[in-house]
Design a protein around this ligand. Structure first.
Ligand SMILES: [Mg+2]
Ligand SMILES: [Zn+2]
Length: 229
């Protein structure tokens, strides 16, 4: 049976939440008043992102230089190789912005992944946000990960879906995946809602568990096992 992996970006592939730090840095911290309102559900992601983007003052050069300071989570590059060598689709689903995801992945030598995210554009010394994805049954998310998984499933009916995430923007995905890897806020969310999950720290953990459970084979795992093969 085929497997597809849907993976959050901020705090999951990237070690830190780049979207949050980007808005925080270039708004002079003014976005902090919005975050608790978003977490509690008072503010939709779309409204939150639009308001955060409106607070940003920065040139593209300043933004890209800022992005150079962020690292990926351990084992992600090896995990990409493992999935690609086994023809397992690995899809980045984010409620952040596509440009920084692509930039940071590329800077770390990773290409060829499908990235589904909101669109941020440089405009007049700041940022604007657009939402290319239609969410039929969700009015909370900008780019609803649950809906993206459902769309994928409709064309891949016998594929097992794995989801890897770390936060509240992953909530809708948890109802659609067969196997969930969670950390941080997503652990709390899964516990509160009686959703089964596997706790992970890095992508070596994810690979190891997927192999143990038969979602991937150990073929091509050399580097994912650590330094000495
Ligand atoms: Mg996240
Ligand atoms: Zn949603």
């Amino acid at each position: 049976m085929k497997t597809a992996v849907f993976c959050d970006f901020d705090g999951t592939i990237a070690r830190r939440d780049i979207g949050y730090h980007l808005f925080h840095h270039f708004s002079g911290g003014r976005n902090d008043e919005l975050v608790p309102r978003w977490k509690s559900g008072q503010l939709t992601t779309r409204d939150c992102l639009l308001q955060e983007a409106a607070m940003v003052t920065a040139t593209p050069r300043e933004i890209y230089r800022f992005l150079d300071g962020f690292e990926l989570n351990r084992g992600f590059a090896e995990f990409v190789q493992l999935c690609q060598s086994q023809k397992t689709d690995l899809i980045v689903t984010s409620d952040g912005l596509e440009f920084y995801i692509r930039y940071v992945l590329k800077r770390h030598g990773i290409s060829g992944l499908l990235v589904l995210a909101n669109v941020g554009k440089f405009h007049g010394g700041g940022l604007t946000v657009e939402f290319p994805y239609d969410n039929k049954s969700c009015d909370r998310c900008g780019n609803c990960k649950g809906e993206r998984i459902r769309e994928y499933r409709s064309g891949n009916t016998s594929t097992r879906i794995v989801f890897v995430g770390d936060g509240y923007s992953d909530a809708c995905a948890t109802g659609e995946a067969d196997l969930i890897f969670a950390k941080k806020d997503l652990v709390e969310y899964c516990r509160e809602n009686n959703i089964g999950f596997v706790e992970y720290d890095d992508f070596f953990d994810v690979a190891r568990h997927m192999i143990e459970q038969g979602y991937l084979t150990a073929r091509g795992l050399k580097q994912a096992n650590g330094a000495n093969q």
